[in-house]
Design a binder for this molecule. Structure first.
Ligand code: ADP
Ligand code: MG
Length: 300
């Protein structure tokens, strides 16, 4: 059994009241370290989120196992991006908890994402279009460069070494994603599919334990989608990165993911292996609208 410390201060004490009252205290409990002993690397417990009268997420539970590729699928407006934004602490849930490793949060502190080992990409392109591909990817490692401005002035040696390390690592990732030939090009001049791959590189360069990808294949050609799927799988295998992949095209995720959760109007209507999802009558009725034998490879 894991020991659980609520806020690590005794209830009834001044410190407890102060911490509970302080809005910035969001960590509600911690289980025993190290998290490797936990099968669940990331989890959601009863997450609900509304915008005015719109229920974006309705009592969502989710378990992501360490090392898996996990898909969240559903039509536009189902709540997929909201879910990622809850995991990243961009939104605070009205109800529920987010578990990351051994920590349980009401709201994940966004500034802790990188130290917690989480990286993400965005649904819309978010590259520095006027910077080279290499500089874009190196920027993904910025949090690792600890030297402050003064540190950089006084201890040039260390700062220079960190910069060199960051560039070396960026070059490795660019090679891994077959982008070396584009490293000096301005990111904004690349074809769309390659820009999406540069975003993947920028997220991977930090060496995240968990990678959140919000529709990394939206707007791609079938060939680009296949290529991207292969790079995502390769990253998962090569680096052991746990991947949470948001997608609206079920055909794309069927062959790629270990488990798939299906959202519809903010509710989770199914959760299981690709085979289970393929055969789920609720999914077929509410989302697919086609016979399961027609799902393979064709999307919806
Ligand atoms: N910042 C926001 N303000 C108001 N409504 C939002 C906001 N973000 C999402 N929503 C609403 O929440 C619902 C789910 O949206 P979203 O999570 O973007 O879905 P998906 O990514 O599956 O397309 C939609 O009805 C959307 O309009
Ligand atoms: Mg979205």
């Amino acid at each position: 059994m894991h020991s659980i410390n609520y806020l690590q201060v005794a209830p009834g004490t001044g410190a407890f009241r102060e911490q509970v009252a302080a809005p910035e205290i969001e960590l509600v409990r911690q289980v025993e370290w190290p998290p490797q002993q936990l099968d669940t690397i990331l989890g959601l417990e009863g997450i609900s989120l509304s915008f005015g009268g719109v229920v974006a997420l309705d009592n969502i539970d989710l378990t992501v196992r360490s090392g898996e590729i996990r898909a969240i699928i559903g039509p536009n407006g189902a709540g997929k991006s909201s879910l990622i934004n809850i995991i990243c602490g961009v939104y605070r849930a009205n109800r529920g908890l987010v578990q990351i490793g051994s920590n349980f949060y009401r709201r994940v502190p966004t500034q802790k994402l990188a130290p917690l080992g989480i990286a993400r990409t965005f649904q819309n392109l978010a590259l520095f279009k006027g910077l080279s591909v290499l500089n874009n990817v190196t920027a993904g490692r910025a949090y690792k460069v600890r030297s402050s401005f003064i540190g950089q002035t006084l201890r040039l040696g260390r700062s220079r070494r960190e910069t060199v390390d960051a560039r070396e690592r960026a070059m490795q990732i660019l090679e891994f994603l077959d982008l070396t030939h584009s490293c000096d090009r301005l990111a904004g001049t690349l074809p769309y599919g390659l820009q999406k791959r540069v975003e993947l590189a920028r997220a991977l360069v930090a060496g995240p334990a968990i990678l959140l990808l919000d529709e990394p294949m939206a707007g791609m050609t079938t060939f680009e989608k296949t290529e991207m799927s292969e790079f995502i799988r390769a990253a998962n295998r090569q680096y052991g990165t746990t991947i949470i992949l948001i997608e609206h095209d079920i055909g794309v995720v069927m062959g790629l993911c270990d488990h798939i959760a299906v959202l519809d109007y903010g509710r989770k209507i199914a959760d299981g292996t690709p085979e289970e999802i393929r055969a789920d009558q609720g999914v077929i009725d509410a989302y697919l609208g086609v016979a399961p034998e027609n799902i393979d490879g064709g999307g919806i």
